[in-house]
Design a protein around this ligand. Structure first.
Ligand SMILES: [Zn+2]
Length: 166
């Protein structure tokens, strides 16, 4: 896994009272995570950013435009996976990249176009820069896979605005 770097914010006020920021890049250490909003470094388990106060998404955080009735999605609808949702495993020991107890998400990420609704999820085609293939977006019940210990949790998705086709 590649090294992740975060920005440490140090606010400095000049004589006019305006805030300016000095930024230094620092390698993320074990047990730290980046704020997606300001790139500030935080403790992995903190619930909001200590730099910009943004709340980190967890399964209880409501998200605007979240789709709950995914079975009624139509083919061609574009969706986005909410970060921090979908299948994951929980690290049992500390490692160079993760701390024990940290959730590592291994499901779908990014933007997709709906192809087909299946009983347990959505067959989608990736429309991002990194995801271009057909992928299955799991939407079934939360359950632990006994063989791998992976927690199969449903993805959370939001609708993307789609241009109307004529
Ligand atoms: Zn932040």
């Amino acid at each position: 896994m590649s090294d992740k770097y975060g920005i440490i914010h140090i606010s400095v006020y000049n004589f006019m009272g305006h805030a300016s920021y000095r930024m230094t890049m620092e390698k993320l250490k074990r047990g730290q995570k980046l704020c997606k909003s300001c790139n500030g470094v935080n403790a992995a388990r903190s619930s909001k950013c200590k730099h910009c106060n943004k709340t980190f998404i967890n399964k209880n955080t409501p998200v605007k435009n979240e789709i709950k009735d995914w079975k009624s999605l139509e083919t061609g609808q574009q969706i986005k996976i909410i970060q921090g949702s979908g299948p994951y495993f929980v690290c049992s020991t500390d490692s160079e990249d993760h701390s024990s107890g940290e959730k590592v998400y291994m499901g779908c990420k990014g933007k997709y176009e709906v192809r087909e609704i299946r009983p347990n999820g959505i067959l989608c085609c990736g429309i991002g820069k990194k995801n271009t293939g057909i992928e299955f977006v799991y939407m079934g019940e939360r359950k632990i896979s006994p063989s791998t210990g992976i927690i199969k949790a449903p993805h959370r998705i939001v609708k993307l605005r789609t241009r109307k086709r004529k």
